[in-house]
Design a protein around this ligand. Structure first.
Ligand SMILES: Cc1ncc(C[n+]2csc(CCOP(=O)(O)OP(=O)(O)O)c2C)c(N)n1
Ligand SMILES: [Mg+2]
Length: 275
């Protein structure tokens, strides 16, 4: 990735963090922590890596992105709106009853959303199915699945991990948003996932590590994953929950807390007061 592209994506993620804080403050609900930790990951995919067409969201042979940690959908919607899947004005309708932008992604309502998500643990199995389907169609599309680190405590993840390895789905790329925090506390406090890289490795996966807030580092990890010839890949992206807003960083309380007026002012100041 060129330095210009890295700079462009950096500017985008800063703008998108601002948009996120604006929207979640406006609607007084939603999930800031997990959205902020995935900002660089989602934006690098949507503005550099994914072969998708907002004019034709169901195009044959497209790459697929599954937000398995569905609660982070505000950051997904912001990226999708900017790419032109739907009008940006829709963003402020997030989580309202009649909106197509529900609090968790809904594939039937939002063009370009590949899988309805929210119940954690389902996205890897679904992504595996999509990757196998693409293989049957002799397509060279990639399927990306973004997982939370708390999410991989779910048993279904490990069934999918075993099957993906058995079927050698090298075009399946999981990304772990490894922020060390889940809903009720840190993973150390609730249930550690231990050396997660070794676990996936022993299940037969190609394991790649990167800094999930460093766009060049994440971009290189994706390029490396795409080279895998037989094994599915997992990119373990080191991240900080709530990244970019100091009082949210690493705090599980900001998993799903409304942003108050003073908090809003402080967050916007830290983010450079854009918009
Ligand atoms: C099966 C299931 N159990 C519980 C929940 C409630 N829940 C929503 S988000 C969350 C924590 C997820 O933590 P993590 O995967 O680490 O996400 P991130 O830190 O990226 O926000 C929980 C327990 C859920 N959505 N689905
Ligand atoms: Mg987490």
């Amino acid at each position: 990735m060129t330095e210009e592209k890295v700079l462009e994506l950096k500017e985008r993620t800063l703008k998108f963090r601002n948009d996120l804080v604006d929207i979640l403050h406006h609607i007084q609900t939603g999930h800031p922590g997990g959205s902020l930790s995935a900002a660089e990951i989602i934006t690098t995919l949507y503005f550099d890596k994914l072969n998708i067409d907002p004019e034709n969201p169901k195009a044959e042979g497209r790459d697929r992105f599954i937000l398995s940690k569905g609660h982070a959908c505000p950051m997904l919607y912001i990226n999708m709106a900017e790419r032109g899947f739907f009008p940006k004005e829709d963003l402020m309708t997030l989580r309202q009853t009649d909106s197509h932008l529900q609090g968790h992604p809904c594939a039937h309502k939002t063009p370009g959303v590949e899988l309805s998500a929210g119940p954690l643990g389902l996205g890897l199995g679904a992504g595996l199915g999509m990757a196998l389907g693409e293989r049957m169609k002799k397509s060279d599309a990639y399927t990306y699945v973004l997982l939370g680190d708390g999410e991989v405590q779910e048993g279904g993840i490990w069934e999918a991990a075993m099957a993906a390895s058995k079927y050698k789905t090298n075009r399946l790329i999981a990304i772990l948003d490894n922020n060390g925090v889940q809903l009720d506390g840190t993973l150390e406090e609730i249930m550690t996932i231990g050396d997660i890289g070794s676990k996936f490795e022993s299940f037969g996966w190609n394991v790649i590590r990167c800094d999930g807030h460093d766009i060049a580092s994440f971009s290189n990890a994706v390029d490396e994953a795409k080279m895998s010839e037989e094994r599915p890949s997992i990119i373990i992206a080191e991240t900080v929950k709530g990244k970019g807003v100091s009082f949210m960083e690493g705090k599980n309380i900001w998993h799903g807390k409304p942003i108050g007026p003073e908090e809003y002012k402080k967050a916007k100041m830290e983010l450079g007061g854009q918009n």
